[in-house]
Design a protein around this ligand. Structure first.
Ligand code: G4P
Length: 527
């Protein structure tokens, strides 16, 4: 095996998906703590002044208590290199999430033991399903009164369609959460809390006799349930997991670091390593070919003292070396990588080399956009990450005409980062482009960032459209003449989009003009 294949085999690149408040930040800290990437919980990411990433729009993030930025945390565990890619925490940013999930090989679905499958979790799960990303489930907050474990399994199965296959099973619950049965090695493990969860929990392996003597009734009950699981065949099946038919389930409490080590072990043992990524011609790019990478996120001004634009690139093949001059597939232009970094929170470390699965932050990435490919030597281009169907449309204009230039720059920036889609038409002109979003909060981000980073106040007006369809040059003029319809060119890809007030209107237009081309966009819930 070549060095590159060996390095790829020990990579685990994943994201944690959850509903806000399920404990994603706590879990992130616990994982990093467990893996000894940082020395003290709270140093990476968290609430109440603990948040690591600073930037102008973080004020908004703090005020709303949501995470709207993404970066990647790297840490090593059991000889494996983990890349944890942070996903935005709000449903409005599902478009962003979709792009982030294009960069991972596995997802950890984090559930709050008392709440089970919450709406946002399900939405994010759907994205994983669409991208065929294997999902490991972690039931968090087991140290608090919650639901019955068996009941939660039923809910997971019912809502996701995946067969839950617990690889750990809780012994006791709430204040009496003693530990878990590790079903892989058939072993009881007792957890002992360390104050504040700031260090790893102490794990003691118990024989069945010890468990009976020391834990008693809760152990007996757990054992009965484990026997039941085996009887109904709820055992881990690697093929079914990778084929997106089953989800391994673990139980724990991220706050006390209970069960986090088992999660990391599961990632090492069963989560998929990077595999060859299919290119635009559907030919998988072998991992040991020269470097290729996919830009999955572009973010400007993450740090006010840097004022730069960082492109996050997932390495798909080959070895990345800082200083390499790559080719930007979209333009054929060279791209210098002198300032490659790994970025998470405030931490920025220069990265000198990277392998398939790793995430590299490239600074000064003005020309790069989400979905772009970079390569070295032999040319390759990966499929673009599809855009979500926008459902909200607002016009934006600059309040002070002397700031028109900054306004234009700011809108271009938001468009390049994919914060919103920008739609233009001759009728409306450049002064007031139409911004399109999956969720209305994306507009708040635009407003806030234009004020903060471009010193430009904008006025926005909602347009009475709720549905977009892709059309073509022949149908466009016919559509443009219809009442309740407007046609735009989408800046990012030049697609012609027809906007309709509602579905009823679209059906009416189609009835009168049956030959019109109207194609649905990705993830349009209305088909
Ligand atoms: P998020 O990023 O998914 O939004 O969740 P976050 O980690 O911020 O956790 C939300 C709340 O849940 C926090 O409490 C956190 O301490 C708590 N929590 C997370 N994991 C566990 C767990 O395993 N057990 C228990 N009992 N609680 C857990 P908070 O009071 O909102 O914030 P904080 O002041 O404690 O940070």
């Amino acid at each position: 095996m070549t060095a590159i294949l060996q390095e790829a085999a020990r990579r685990r690149t994943f994201a944690v998906i959850s509903h806000p408040d399920a404990g994603k930040s706590t879990m992130t800290e616990a994982l990093a703590l467990h893996a000894s990437a940082i020395t003290e919980a709270g140093a990476v990411h968290g609430k109440a002044g603990r948040r690591g990433v600073t930037s102008d729009w973080m004020d908004m993030e703090k005020a709303r208590g949501i995470s709207i930025t993404s970066a990647a945390l790297r840490f090593e565990y059991r000889g494996h290199m983990f890349n944890l890619v942070d996903t935005p925490g709000h449903a409005d940013f599902s478009e962003d999430t979709y792009r982030v999930l294009a960069a991972v090989d596995c997802a950890v679905m984090l559930l709050d033991a008392a709440k089970g499958m919450e709406p946002q979790t399900l939405k994010l799960f759907e994205v994983c399903r669409h991208r065929r990303i294997p999902v490991i489930t972690f039931v968090n907050k087991w140290d608090r009164p919650g639901r019955e474990a068996l009941e939660l399994l039923d809910e997971i199965q019912e809502k996701t369609g995946l067969r839950p296959t617990p690889i750990t099973w809780p012994i006791g619950t709430g204040g009496f959460f003693h530990g878990v049965v590790d079903r892989v090695v058939d072993q009881a493990v007792r957890y002992t809390r360390t104050p504040g969860g700031a260090t790893k929990a102490i794990e003691t392996e118990l024989t069945p006799e010890q468990a009976l003597a020391e834990i008693g009734e809760d152990w007996e009950r757990a054992k009965d349930e484990v026997d039941l699981l085996s009887a109904i065949g709820s055992d881990h099946d690697q093929k079914a997991f990778e084929a997106h038919e089953s989800t391994p389930v673990l139980f724990g409490a991220a706050l006390n670091n209970f069960g986090v080590g088992r999660l990391l072990d599961a990632m090492v043992d069963i989560a998929p390593a990077p595999a060859p990524r299919p290119d635009v011609k559907d030919d998988p790019r072998p991992l040991d070919r020269p470097f290729s990478g996919l830009v999955f996120k572009v973010q400007a001004n993450m740090d006010p003292s840097h004022r730069d634009r960082i492109a996050f690139v997932r390495v798909c093949s080959g070895r990345f070396e800082r200083g390499m001059v790559l080719t930007h597939a979209a333009t054929g232009r060279p791209f210098a990588t002198k300032y490659a970094q790994s970025v998470f929170g405030q931490e920025r470390a220069t990265i000198d080399e990277a392998f398939p699965g790793d995430v590299v932050g490239l600074v000064n990435a003005t020309a790069l956009r989400p979905g772009d490919t970079l390569y070295d030597g032999s040319a390759v281009e990966f499929p673009r990450i599809p855009s979500f169907a926008p459902e909200h449309f607002w016009t934006a204009r600059c309040r002070d005409s002397s700031r028109a230039k900054q306004f234009r720059k700011g809108i271009e920036q938001m468009e390049a980062e994919g914060v919103v889609q920008v739609l233009r038409s001759e009728i409306r002109g450049d002064q007031s482009p139409v911004l399109a979003a999956v969720g209305p909060m994306q507009f708040d981000v635009v407003k806030h960032r234009l004020a903060g980073e471009f010193n430009t106040e904008i006025a926005m007006d909602r347009l009475d459209f709720s549905l977009a369809r892709i059309t073509d040059a022949e149908s466009a003029p016919v559509l443009a003449r219809q009442r309740g319809v407007e046609v735009f060119t989408r800046a990012i890809d030049g697609e012609l989009l027809a906007l309709f007030t509602d579905e009823w209107r679209m059906r009416g237009v189609l009835r009168d003009h049956p030959g019109l081309v109207l194609k649905a966009l990705l993830a349009d819930t209305r088909g």
